[in-house]
Ligand binder design. Structure first.
Ligand code: ADP
Length: 302
């Protein structure tokens, strides 16, 4: 008799355990499904707090829900900050354009006035140069800000390096300064880069090479192909860069002491490095004071 009771008790316990296990499995499956849904929504970028009732969620779900909500809030904040920068940048660009070009026009008109003495003419020339510099600086900052804030994107694609170098023409500037410019433009070397932005970066290097090389020097642009990268070298026989300056020239607004007389604002190399890093490449320099510099651009082949 006693054995029968024990048997009934054990059977009842087993049934109860079975029911508890089934209920637990159902509960866990539902929780997992809801968490899975939350994560899917977050991955697709359309997670919204309104889709889930916090009161009905388990502790773990609530934690995930709060984590995703915080992420969503931060994302919204980034979007609104980016929009604010976008507006500010386009405002600066539009609002400064007219006054700057007006200053240039009035200065030119003044310069054409009859009977001006030499010192007045010289002062007008200074105003003109400084205004042009200001204009260049504003345009560079606007470009940089657009790039850094993702307002304009660098979109690398398969492009021919020959096509890139063909679009850059500094022959007139080199001729004017008495510099021998040679471009070894190999055909059919392909890399992954954004054509427009890479033109901007390489142009800056060639412009600098001509600017910082004295009359009679040479500037040579060459292309080498490696397993992973295509390398473009811009070599000059100019003044060179000291070791101390080599570490600084890629920072914003840095200009070596000895080039202060030359035109420039110190933003070109910073912009070039930004562009290259955004397309998975890089830039480096080797230089010797008094002998010249070689700036090398590495474009990924992917
Ligand atoms: P910018 O030329 O307008 O001053 P960059 O950012 O292009 O600005 O260059 C930063 C600095 O790096 C220059 O001011 C100069 O001191 C140095 N530099 C760049 N290119 C060369 C070069 N080819 N030879 C010597 N110095 C250079």
């Amino acid at each position: 008799m006693k054995t029968v009771y024990i048997g009934i008790f054990l059977a009842a316990a087993a049934v109860l355990l079975g029911i508890v296990a089934v209920v637990l499995v159902i509960h866990i499956t539902r929780t997992m499904k809801r968490m899975d849904k939350m994560l899917d929504r977050a991955i697709d970028g359309d997670f919204s707090e309104k889709m889930f009732t916090e009161a009905k969620l388990s502790r773990m779900e609530t934690k995930l829900y709060r984590y995703l909500s915080a992420g969503k809030t931060a994302q919204n904040q980034i979007i609104s900050e980016r929009n604010a920068v976008k507006t500010l940048v386009s405002d600066i660009s539009h609002q400064t354009k007219t006054p700057v070009s007006n200053i240039l026009i009035y200065t030119q008109l003044l310069r054409e006035t009859q009977g001006l003495d030499d010192s007045t003419k010289e002062l007008l020339c200074c105003i003109e140069k400084q205004t042009e510099k200001l204009n260049f600086l504003i345009q560079s900052l606007v470009k940089l800000s657009r790039l850094e804030n993702g307002i304009v994107a660098v979109t690398p694609a398969k492009n021919n390096v020959k096509q890139l170098l063909e679009r850059i023409d500094f022959s007139a500037a080199a001729r004017q300064k008495g510099i021998c410019l040679t471009v070894e433009n190999k055909s059919d070397v392909v890399a992954e880069f954004d054509l427009k932005w890479t033109i901007e970066a390489v142009s800056n290097l060639i412009d600098n090479a001509i600017k910082y090389t004295p009359c009679g020097g040479t500037v040579n642009v060459s292309v080498k192909e490696y397993e992973m990268f295509v390398r473009i070298d811009v070599a000059d026989t100019g003044k060179g860069i000291s070791e101390a300056d080599t570490a600084k020239i890629f920072t914003r607004f840095y200009r070596a002491e000895e080039v202060k007389e030359e035109k420039g604002v110190g933003i070109g190399l910073y912009l070039a490095r930004e562009i290259l890093s955004k397309e998975g490449g890089y830039i480096r320099v080797a230089s010797e004071v008094g002998k010249g510099s070689v700036f090398s651009v590495f474009l990924p082949k992917k």
